[in-house]
Write a protein that binds this ligand. Structure first.
Ligand SMILES: [Mg+2]
Ligand SMILES: [Zn+2]
Length: 434
């Protein structure tokens, strides 16, 4: 796979660091230009040929990296004589790219991601375009991606839109894998916006554009404050540990009675109400080494009381409310099944004895596969003995919270490893154990 880095940005927001003498991708990050960090990351995953799209102060970049041989890379350059937006240089890239697909990224991000894993997902999905996507702590002022249940991107929701309803917390991070043919979608060299003019129409037309959902570290470092904050994170070693090449830890979270108030099953978005401690607990996990992954039994789908589309809306309400409080979950897994059939209105094909309904461990095992989790280093937080039994079955440490059913269901004779008043207290206890 070849790579293209858009390194033409002027970076006026970085003027204090660059003094307009160096271009934005050359801004120093822990003593080395941002672009050099990026190139090293590409090399680590076997990428050798990289084309840099340069513009503003391009001679500084070209004289620093030359043909790339000092880094063990083959570099070449596409020079913009006028700003071409994010895709206007595509026709100039066409003769440079010989691989069937290539990585495209922007010069003002710092990242540490398993590119081989992302490429496998691109190939599995037979995608035209794959975009790296993740939740963040401020979805309300971020551009969001809209996807269907199969991670296909169906739309883009600009932060300038007046939002109604409930949104998934999924942000485009600015790292793509594109088929080479995508370059032909820009017929002539002229200012072109990649998202608005190329991706949005593709999404609307149902084309093969997918989101790669990942908790790995990607940050836009286009301002001085962001560079400083990212440097701090880098010194702590946190970003490198989040790379999915390495085993990860997660806290699995039951939903009803842990994140939202338990008043029986939630069948409509109106019925979902966050518990007061939920956002605080999640914020603690979000800034720790643990991923926060919801695993939830939702037999309301099998019973025909809620459709999967309505269930997605209910989860989106949860994500929107958490996002307003600076908290997020890394992913959601749910079991829509139920074993006992014979009820009016039920969905026959979901009335099965599945492998995912807790206390079975299917959801945890699937999450472990997707996020390279070491289950022996994970926790499960739940409010029923079924949750705790599930945690035991999967070999994770268990925390019973006193919200929701507070273990009073009494279905399984199990003892949790820890007991906590609520999700915030549970997160504190988990982090104290480390
Ligand atoms: Mg529950
Ligand atoms: Zn199931």
């Amino acid at each position: 796979m070849q790579a293209v880095i858009m390194a033409g940005g002027k970076g006026s927001r970085l003027a204090a660091l660059t003094k307009d003498e160096i271009p934005k991708p050359m801004a120093p990050f822990l003593g080395k230009p941002l672009l050099e960090w990026q190139l090293e990351q590409l090399k680590r995953y076997g990428i050798r040929r990289v084309t840099l799209v340069v513009g503003h102060l391009k001679e500084k970049i070209i004289s620093h990296f030359g043909d790339g041989s000092t880094l063990g890379l083959e570099l070449d350059y596409v020079e913009e004589t006028a700003p071409l937006g994010t895709a206007g240089a595509f026709p100039l890239l066409l003769p440079k790219i010989e691989s069937e697909h290539f990585l495209l990224l922007f010069g003002d991000i710092r990242f540490d991601i398993d590119l081989a894993r992302m490429e496998r997902f691109f190939l599995e999905k037979r995608a035209e375009c794959l975009l790296f996507a993740h939740p963040n702590a401020h979805p309300y002022d971020s551009d969001l991606i809209v996807t269907d249940g199969e991670n296909r991107v169906t739309g883009f929701d600009s932060k300038h839109n007046v939002r109604t309803g409930w949104q998934d917390n999924l942000v485009n991070a600015g790292i793509y894998i594109l088929s080479r043919d995508m370059l032909r979608r820009v017929p002539e060299v002229k200012k072109t916006d990649f998202e608005k003019e190329i991706l949005a129409p593709m999404a609307a037309a149902g084309e093969a554009i997918y989101a790669y959902r990942s908790p790995e570290y990607v940050k836009d470092v286009g301002t001085v404050d962001r560079i400083r904050a990212a440097e701090e994170e880098w010194r702590s070693g946190f970003p490198a540990k989040r790379n999915l090449e390495f085993p990860q830890r997660a806290v699995f979270l039951d939903r009803d009675g842990v994140i939202n108030r338990y008043n029986g099953f939630v069948r409509t978005p109106e019925e979902l109400e966050l518990l007061p401690c939920a956002a605080e607990g999640l914020r603690q996990l979000n800034s720790s080494a643990y991923l926060a992954i919801v695993v939830s039994n939702q037999p309301v789908v099998a019973r025909g009381e809620t459709s999967e589309a309505e269930l997605e809306t209910i989860f989106n309400k949860m994500k929107t409310l958490l996002g307003r409080e600076g908290a997020f979950v890394d992913d959601v897994f749910y079991c829509p099944h139920h074993p006992d059939s014979g009820f009016p209105g039920e969905v026959k094909e979901l009335k099965i004895d599945c492998d995912c309904r807790k206390p079975k461990t299917g959801m945890l095992r699937r999450a472990a596969e997707r996020y390279h989790l070491d289950l022996s280093a994970c926790y499960l937080v739940g409010d029923t003995t079924g949750d705790i039994q599930c945690g035991k079955n999967a070999g994770v440490r268990t925390v019973l919270v006193k919200t929701g059913e507070a273990g009073r269901d009494g279905k399984y004779a199990v003892t949790p490893d820890l007991v906590a008043d609520d999700l915030a207290a549970a997160a504190t206890k988990i982090l104290e154990e480390q």
